[in-house]
Design a protein around this ligand. Structure first.
Ligand code: FAD
Length: 468
C-alpha cells in the first residue's frame, strides 16, 4: 500500500461538511505553506457565512453550499479530491479512495458526519431526511401525498410538521411531549397552539444561493449552477451527502396534494413496531395508523442518548484499532484525537470523551460541528508546531440558538436539567403566544459563572441578550 501512494499530504481532512471545511480553513490560515487535502464524497462543500458572535459562547451563522473551487481559490495550498474514502491504513498513514487512488498523510482528521437511523431500508414509502437529495425527494413525494406519518421527535421533525401544508400529518412521538430533545413538557405546551394557528407571513425569501451539479460533459469538469430551486442532478442518492443546514426547507415546497393549511394529529408515546404494505394494511387491526397509498416520511428516531444519527465510521474501521463510544462515534480526547496515532475526528462522526464541563454536553448540531472542526484544526497545527494547546472555552458552556415554530429558541448549559439529579429547581416565566423563559437552579444557583471570570463585567456581554 505504502508504495502505491500517489502523494503524501501534511494534512488530510475527510468530509466536506461544516466540521471538515472549518478544519481546512483553520489549518490553511494557521499554516499557509502546508499541503492540505480535503477528500469529500459530496460534490459541494458547506461553508459558514454571516458568522455573528452573540456572546462569549453563543454564536449564530448561516451555512452555504458552495463549489469546492471557492475554497481552493482562497487557499492555494489546498487540493480538493472528490471521492469517498474506502479504507484507511493507520499503520502506513495512508488511505484509499473509491476511485482506486492512495494518499499518504502526516496528520488526518475524519469529519465524515453521520447518517439518519432509518426505521427500515427496504420500504419504498419510508424516507429519511439528511441531505439536499433526500429533502428534494421528500418534496416530490409530498406533492402526491394526502397523508404522511412523521416519526421522530428531534429538531427536523419539529420543523417538518410545522412547515408541511396541504396534507394530513400524523406525528408519532415516543415521548409524552413533543421536542423533548430540546425542551420540557411545559415549553411543548407553549408551542403546540402554533400548530393550529396560521403561519405568520414569511420574511423576504432567502437570497442565499444553493449550488447544483450537472453531469460533467465527457472529459469536462462539473459545472455549478447557482439556482436554489433547481433539482440536483448527477449525484446518486446513495452518495454520502453533507447534512442539511438550519434553513433546509427554504426553497423546498413542502406542499401535499391538497389545498388548505396544516392538519396535524399527535400520537404520543407511540413507537413504530411494524410498517405495513397496502395489502397487509387491509388485514391489519383497527388501531393501526393507516397510510393509504401515500408517502410515509420517517425522520430521525431519537433516543435518550443520540439525536438520531449513526456516525459514518464504517470505511475507517477495518484493520484499525479505533475506540468507539456507545453511540458508535469515534472517541476523541480533549485534543480531538482518536485512539489511533495522528488521526483526529470532528463533528457528527465523533464522540467527545474527555471529562465534560458540568455545563456542556455533546449534541450533534451545526454549532458543535463548527466548533469541533475549528478546534481540531488548531490542535493539528499546534501539534506539528510543537505548541501547547488547551481545551477551548466553547466547550465550557453548551449554547445553541435555533427556531422552532417561528419562535427564537436559546438553549444554555443543562437547559433540560440533564444529569443534574433531584437537587434542581425550575423557574418559569410564560406569556402565552409570546415567550417561555426557563431557568434551571442547581443547588439554588442558576449556573456556575466562574468560566466567565472578568468577562462578566465586560460591557459588551449582556446576560440579558440570552433571553431576547
Ligand atoms: P456532515 O455535514 O454530514 O458532512 C459529512 C461530510 O463527509 C459530507 O461532505 C460527506 O459527503 C462526507 N463523507 C462521508 N463519508 C465519507 C467518506 N467515506 N469519504 C469521503 N467523504 C465522506 N443542526 C443544527 O444545529 N441546527 C439545525 O437546524 C439543524 N437542522 C438539521 C436539519 C437536517 C435535515 C439535518 C439532517 C441535520 C440538521 N442539523 C442541524 C444537524 C447538522 O446538520 C449536523 O450536526 C452537522 O451538519 C454535522 O456536520 P459534519 O460536518 O459533522 O457532517
Amino acid at each position: 500500500m505504502a508504495n502505491r501512494k500517489e502523494k503524501t499530504f501534511r494534512f488530510i481532512i475527510v468530509g466536506g461538511g461544516i466540521a471538515g471545511v472549518t478544519c481546512v480553513e483553520q489549518l490553511s490560515s494557521q499554516i499557509p505553506s502546508a499541503d492540505v487535502a480535503l477528500i469529500t464524497a459530496s460534490p459541494h462543500i458547506k461553508t459558514v457565512t454571516n458568522y455573528r458572535q452573540v456572546s462569549k459562547t453563543l454564536e449564530e451563522f448561516d451555512v452555504e453550499e458552495q463549489p469546492s473551487s471557492v475554497l481552493e481559490e482562497k487557499f492555494p495550498n489546498l487540493t480538493v479530491i472528490h471521492s469517498a474514502v474506502q479504507s484507511l491504513h493507520t499503520r502506513s498513514h495512508s488511505l484509499e479512495t473509491t476511485d482506486g487512488r492512495v494518499f499518504g498523510y502526516e496528520k488526518l482528521c475524519i469529519c465524515g458526519g453521520g447518517r439518519p437511523k432509518l426505521l427500515t431500508q427496504e420500504n419504498p414509502y419510508v424516507l429519511g431526511i439528511r441531505d439536499t437529495d433526500s429533502a428534494q425527494e421528500l418534496q416530490k413525494r409530498l406533492s402526491k401525498a394526502k397523508r404522511i406519518v412523521v416519526v421522530g421527535n428531534g429538531g427536523i421533525a419539529l420543523e417538518l410538521v410545522y412547515e408541511v401544508e396541504g396534507c394530513e400529518v400524523i406525528w408519532a412521538v415516543k415521548d409524552k411531549a413533543i421536542g423533548n430533545t430540546f425542551f420540557d413538557a411545559g415549553a411543548a405546551q407553549f408551542l403546540i397552539p402554533s400548530l393550529e394557528a396560521d403561519k405568520p407571513e414569511k420574511d423576504a425569501p432567502c437570497k442565499r444561493p444553493r449550488y447544483t451539479t450537472e453531469e460533467p460533459a465527457p472529459g469536462g469538469s462539473h459545472t455549478f449552477t447557482a439556482d436554489r430551486n433547481a433539482r440536483r442532478q448527477g449525484s446518486s442518492s446513495t452518495e454520502a451527502g453533507s447534512a442539511l443546514g438550519p434553513d433546509w426547507h427554504e426553497g423546498i415546497v413542502l406542499q401535499g396534494s391538497e389545498q388548505g393549511t396544516r392538519r396535524v394529529s399527535l400520537e404520543y408515546q407511540c413507537e413504530v413496531e411494524k410498517i405495513f404494505t397496502s395489502e397487509e394494511l387491509l388485514d391489519s387491526p383497527p388501531q393501526t395508523l393507516g397510510h393509504e397509498n401515500v408517502g410515509l416520511a420517517s425522520l430521525h428516531q431519537t433516543d435518550q442518548r443520540a439525536t438520531g444519527v449513526v456516525p459514518n465510521t464504517e470505511p475507517f474501521l477495518h484493520g484499525n484499532n479505533f475506540a468507539l463510544a456507545d453511540d458508535g462515534g469515534l472517541q476523541v480526547d480533549d485534543h480531538m484525537m482518536t485512539s489511533e496515532p495522528d488521526v483526529y475526528a470532528a463533528g457528527d462522526v465523533c464522540t467527545a470523551c474527555w471529562e465534560h464541563s458540568p455545563m456542556w454536553q455533546q449534541m450533534r448540531l451545526w454549532t458543535q460541528a463548527r466548533q469541533m472542526g475549528w478546534y481540531a484544526g488548531r490542535c493539528m497545527a499546534a501539534h506539528v508546531l510543537s505548541e501547547p494547546i488547551e481545551l477551548d472555552f466553547c466547550f465550557e458552556l453548551f449554547s445553541h440558538i435555533t427556531k422552532f415554530f417561528n419562535y427564537k429558541v436559546v438553549l444554555l448549559g443543562k437547559f433540560n436539567g440533564q444529569g443534574l439529579g433531584s437537587d434542581h429547581e425550575l423557574l418559569v416565566r410564560c406569556t402565552k403566544g409570546l415567550e417561555y423563559v426557563k431557568v434551571v437552579l442547581s443547588g439554588g444557583r442558576m449556573m456556575d459563572l466562574t468560566p466567565y471570570g472578568e468577562e462578566l463585567l465586560n460591557p459588551n456581554i449582556d446576560i440579558e441578550d440570552y433571553f431576547d
